[in-house]
Each structure stands twice: as C-alpha cells, then as structure tokens.
Design a protein. Sequence first.
Length: 291
Amino acid sequence: MTESQYLPPPHQHWGGEALWQQLEPLLPGLSVEVVARTESTNSTLIERVRAEGRNPGEAQPFGRRQHDLQPCLLVAEHQTHGRGRMGRAWHSSSGASLTFSLAVPLELRDWSGLSLVVGVALADALEPWQAGGDEAPRLSLKWPNDLWLDGRKLGGVLIETVPAGGHRMAVIGVGLNIAPAWRDTDSLNALSSGFACMQELDLDASAPQVLALIAKPLVQALLDFQAQGFAPWLERYQRRDALNGRAITAGALEGVARGVSPQGELLLQTAQGLQALSGGEVSVRLTQTTL
C-alpha cells in the first residue's frame, strides 16, 4: 500500500462538517476530506480521477455511472512531496502551513486567467479591499500564481487538469504559509526576507481558521469564472498586481511589466515591442531596477 492510498487522520480540528455545509450547496456531491499526511494533495486527487476513468462502473439511471466523479476538497496537514508550478518543491509542515486541493469538474472554453482569478479570490478573502481607501493592499499577486505579503511570498497556486470521461476535472492546489516553522521570539522577524506568513496579518491565525475564511469565496470564484471568464476580474487583479511597472525577466525576455490582458496574459514591454505571455510559458523574476 502506497502512502497516497493510506491517508492518516488529522491532528487539528478542521470543522469538516461546517465546511461541507457551506460548500455543498454550491458544489452538489462535494466531499470534504482532511488527513494528517499525504505526498501531494494535487497528485492524490489526480490519481483518483485517472483511476475512476479506467473503471467507470455500470451505467445507472439517467446516464449516471457508479463511479462518476464528484467535487472533492482534500486538506493535508503535511505534504511529503508537495510541488508548485514548473515542478518546484513546496515545503509544508503541520501547523505552519495550509495545503489543500479542490477537484472540480469545469466546462470551460478558455482556461486562460484561472490562476489569476484564484489568486484574487484568496487575497480578497484574506484582506478585503476597501473602495476609496488610500493605503495600498498588503496582499499582492505576482503573475501568474503567487501571493505576496509586503513583497514576500505568502503562498502559491497550482492548477492542473485531467480528463474525466467526456469532461475535464480541474484540480486547484493552494499552499499558504500560516506560521513560522519554529515559534520563538525572533521567528516572525526572521521572515523579513524571502517568505511571509499569515500570522503577520493576524497573530492568532491558524490553518483551519484560514481555510474556513477562503473556501467559500474560492468556490464561488470558480463558478463565476466558468460563467464569465477572466475579463470581469481584470480590474480586481490590477489592484493587487505586484509586477505592473516593474522591470522583470520572463524566460529569455527582459522588459517592464505593463499589467495583464483581458485574457490573463502578462503584458511585457520589451525593446522589440509589447509581448503577451501565457502562464505556461515562462518563469518571471524581478530585476534590480524598478521603472
């Protein structure tokens, strides 16, 4: 039996029933699972989708099959082989991070901008935007999939899709730093370079509390994206765009970020002109000069 087949019970209290009651009206058939440890929540859900695709079961009334795929929220207190975009490792530990994946069947003509919508939904839930406010938001978004707090990485989003019968299942993975891995008097100050954590926004923040705060807005955002695409989210993304006006490198290209397009592409002003880059193409880094 592999580790992904045996998912041990959690140690923290997550309020799974309350989460299910919030989300199931939006995603009928949803299941909520919380485990102490798994290799990767994304990989676990993708394995399930593929396994069900190989064994669809007997046809049931109204065309339904016994093993038809349903939405699932899988939360792991600790991931042993978590991963981010482009195969990068994502390190998580119980109590110090929130790691979960949501598998949802989505009918989309265009997947462009989905990671940006997820980022906006998370940021707005964690730090509601005040219309007319003078202060810039502390939470910003680094295209295409990172959340920043005060210019340091707070978390990330990994979106993968897998065939599910005649449809596609989207698996949305989210990882957020909740607390320093070591709780001592200097640990929060030690985060001043590199990474940030939710306890810098709220000293009492915990992984279950943060999940309860973001789960419903995330699901609603996915449903809205399915109906309307990215364009209605463009203005909300622009309010938190961490790259706009800054000098960056994107793969072999160098230039100044000029926001994103209505399709969620990164707009990069280069010496050769304005380039539109999609999320799967490049790794983006800030350069030393801000323009």
